[in-house]
Write a protein that binds this ligand. Structure first.
Ligand code: BG6
Length: 282
């Protein structure tokens, strides 16, 4: 349990095995910490989280679902959907020679129906071994089709944003969310480097990226079915405005968010299931 001064505690699972140490919150089925043995942690988590039930946790791997960013038609609905604020049910937990396996489920209920009136079953299978493997499945249990967007909003732990590069997105068109020209498509030939606030959406990405930062061993990201990826660092002023990224800790985090969003949203017919995988390693 992670105690909260402001209300009921958040339930977490603490896993230690021969391959890694990890912490997973049942809220959002959110991995908060993952550290392969003898290596540095892969994920960044804010020190100032209050772990209040129903409030998004800053850091780890929150899941944005069933929409990414602002809702396209109702801006008053929660940003990045509701999955990260909801309690997921731990359906299965097992252990074998390769690590631990946890399976969480979120089904439509009165609270989800108020925000998104569809029948669905979402499953997050998390394998904690010498790499972190997450499988996300969405099943349409409704009698009508629905459209959804999603992203693993992963916060990676980096030595220094000023010495960080992201490889794997060279030559690809992106939408600069900070640019006043809105929908204009940009292209960069070099690995991404950072010198100011960055908020980019790539819609035709290959699903294989590498983050290198200073002397640290690189972080490898593989999400082969995810054609969208968002690269985000708030820099000093926005970090301060957000309120839960203290001091200069924004220099030690970088979000590379794999998923399917906006124009790449998924249309799911009744009875259909789709699944996506994310693998992280060092
Ligand atoms: C990123 C967006 O994915 O998430 C940013 O591209 C946004 O624009 C950021 O600021 C954080 O969102 P939130 O809702 O977790 O504060």
């Amino acid at each position: 349990w992670l105690a909260s001064e402001a209300g009921p505690a958040i339930e977490v699972l603490v896993i230690k095995n021969s391959w890694c140490d990890a912490v997973i919150a049942c809220q959002g089925a959110q991995v908060l910490h993952y550290q392969p043995k003898q290596k540095l942690p892969i994920l960044w988590l804010s020190d100032t989280n209050q772990f209040q039930r129903g409030k998004a946790i800053r850091g780890g791997i929150p899941l944005c679902f069933p929409w990414f960013g602002k809702h396209p038609h109702q801006p008053d609905l929660p940003s990045h959907g509701f999955a990260r604020q909801m309690e997921w049910q731990l359906q299965q937990a097992s252990e074998n020679i390769q690590g631990h396996h946890l399976s969480f489920v979120l089904k439509d209920n009165a609270a989800t129906r108020l925000l998104w009136d569809y029948g669905f079953e979402a499953t997050m299978d998390i394998h904690l071994g010498n790499q972190l493997e997450i499988n996300f499945q969405v099943h349409n249990t409704d009698c009508q089709p629905f459209e959804f967007g999603f992203a693993w909003h992963s916060y990676f732990a980096i030595q220094d944003i000023n010495q960080t590069q992201v490889h794997g997105l060279e030559q690809l068109a992106f939408l600069d969310q900070l640019s006043p020209d809105g929908g204009y498509s940009h292209v960069e030939t070099q690995p991404i480097r950072f010198s100011s606030e960055t908020d980019r959406i790539y819609q035709q990405a290959g699903g294989h990226y590498e983050i290198s930062s200073g002397q640290e061993s690189p972080i490898y990201i593989d999400a082969p079915e995810c054609s969208s990826v968002v690269v985000w660092n708030p820099w000093a002023e926005k970090a301060h405005r957000l309120g839960d990224i203290p001091g200069d800790s924004w220099k030690h985090m970088l979000c590379v968010e794999c998923g399917k969003l906006d124009k790449a949203n998924v249309l799911l017919e009744p009875g259909q299931t789709v699944s996506y995988q994310l693998v992280l390693s060092r």
